[in-house]
Design a protein around this ligand. Structure first.
Ligand code: DX5
Ligand code: ZN
Length: 223
């Protein structure tokens, strides 16, 4: 199966964000990954609703979905705003949602796709009851908060176990996304373990090669 690529704009040259997003779209990426960080759940502070709203028309015109990864404590109060701003997929951390089912239900009722994600130390058993309700599961292969960290190698087995869990529950349409430390070296590990979407920040937006070359290299590594 062809692996899908979701560039994280966190690694883009933010002084020319629109240009970088257009380069990624022209390179044929499958999603745009937006890392929303609140300085509480994770130490870093990044973008929120206004940046999603600014990118939404560009993404919509290209038909490239906005994959929004919420690294925020208690995402519930702003859910409607994230939806209105143009998110196509909203992914929440199980660690931040005491009423996870309600949060996921609200995202689905808003008419967009819902995802759920896990920190590296959170076991996949925490997902068992929610899996039938989600469109996407995201395995964090670094501790969230920063780009350019190294892939945690035990996450490959976690992805494989989650792939089995999805298959056993006949949830083969659920996307299995991996985020953090994805490079041409680690991408095939995640892909072979059963990932369907790879998030990549610094491997796509960097000074060494163009966005198009980097996307090609990731795809080639997985084929
Ligand atoms: C980490 C973010 C990732 C990050 C990936 O908290 O969720 O999306 O930007 O960056 P790289 O690919 O550089 O590890
Ligand atoms: Zn992310």
């Amino acid at each position: 199966m062809r692996i899908k690529i979701a560039p994280s704009i966190l690694a883009a040259d933010l002084a020319r964000l629109g240009e970088q997003v257009n380069e990624a779209i022209a390179a044929g990426v499958d999603y745009l990954h937006i890392d929303v960080m609140d300085g509480r759940f994770v130490p870093n502070l990044t973008f929120g609703v206004p940046v999603i709203a600014a990118l939404s028309p560009i993404a919509r015109q290209a038909g490239t979905p906005l994959d929004v990864h919420l690294m925020v404590e208690n995402p519930d109060p702003l859910l409607d705003e994230y939806v209105r701003a143009g998110s196509d997929i909203l992914t929440v951390h199980v660690e931040t949602c005491p009423h996870l089912h309600r949060t996921i239900q609200r995202v689905k009722e808003a008419g967009i796709q819902a995802g759920v994600t896990l920190n590296p130390a959170t076991p996949i058993s925490t997902l068992e009851e929610i899996l039938p309700y989600v469109d996407q599961v995201l395995v964090m292969s670094v501790n969230p908060g920063f780009g350019e960290q190294s892939y945690i190698s035990t996450c490959t087995d976690k992805v494989a176990r989650l792939r089995r869990m999805l298959d056993e529950h006949n949830l083969t349409a659920v996307e299995l996304e991996v985020d953090g430390g994805i490079t041409p070296e680690t991408a095939p590990l995640a892909a072979q373990a059963g990932a369907t979407i790879l998030v990549a920040g610094s491997a796509i937006f960097n000074k060494h090669s163009s966005v198009a070359e980097n996307v090609r290299a990731l795809r080639a590594a997985c084929s």
